[in-house]
Design a protein around this ligand. Structure first.
Ligand code: UDP
Length: 240
């Protein structure tokens, strides 16, 4: 039997994790791929909370730039987009037999539960994947901060941040062939150097809550399972 290193995991997936590279909207194949990765971890008996972004549909700051939409409204639209994404992941997970609940920071009571911390923990203890939608429920922040917040609230052992590349690099690996992967960073290094790993507010909160972050490429099959089993994949951010 494999011996998992973590018991309760908070996974942050950006909205772009639900669509093909460079595209927008929601892609069935990408949804299934994500659900399969999550199932590999659920099958280890790990408790999972999932925070989904909304950038594949709306980012508040962007939509406010070229339209008469006020920025605050744009942020609420972004949060609503995360609820749309959460529902799509919910049905995909359930289609492969993984029980789920969606809990939203904004009340949309006809389609999902409101976020209630103790209920979320109970769902996870019962083996349900809890999908946290609508970020923090407040404008002007992102779902990265929502992920750090929920990770802290449910006492997650680790926050997994899914990105397009397998960790943090010395330069942009998409454009610079000399870029190398950094295996470990401290919270202070990320904050002091303003590394674009996650929002600084999210990193700061993880530091205060003592929740390590692993940045990994979720599109590589088995990566998340491997991290849970203790393999050195991606970039680990922890310590002082
Ligand atoms: N958003 C917000 N408050 C939150 C979380 C998200 O206002 O607590 C809005 C914000 O406009 C953000 C959008 O929702 O741009 C989509 O979330 P995010 O950009 O984090 O999505 P991702 O880049 O992870 O797909």
């Amino acid at each position: 039997m494999p011996n998992p290193k973590y018991k309760r995991v908070l996974l942050k997936v950006s909205g772009e994790g639900l669509c093909a590279t460079g595209a927008t909207g929601i892609d069935g194949g990408e949804l299934r791929r994500l659900a399969d990765e999550i199932k590999l971890v659920v099958d280890l008996g790990i408790q999972i909370g999932l925070v989904i972004g909304g950038g594949n549909i709306v980012r508040g700051a962007n939509i406010a730039k070229d339209t008469p939409i006020e920025e605050t409204t744009g942020h609420y639209m972004g949060m609503l987009a995360t609820i749309i994404n959460a529902l799509s992941v919910q049905d995909t997970l359930e289609s492969i037999g993984v029980p789920t609940r969606v809990q939203s920071a904004l009340s949309v009571q006809n389609v999902c539960e409101n976020f209630i911390r103790r209920r979320a923990i109970r769902h996870m203890e019962k083996g349900r994947v809890v999908i946290f939608a609508a970020g923090t429920g407040n404008p002007f922040v992102t779902t990265d901060t929502g992920a750090a917040l929920r990770a802290s609230e449910v006492n997650a052992d680790i926050l997994l941040k899914a990105t397009k590349v397998d960790g943090v690099y010395t330069a942009d690996p998409m454009t610079d062939p000399t870029a190398t992967r950094i295996e470990r960073l401290t919270f202070n290094e990320v904050i002091d150097k303003r590394l674009k790993v996650m929002d600084l507010a999210a990193v700061d909160l993880c530091q205060r809550s003592n929740i390590p972050i692993v940045v990994l490429d979720l599109k590589k099959t088995g990566n998340m399972r491997a991290v849970i089993l203790g393999e050195d994949i991606g970039t680990m951010i922890n310590g002082e």
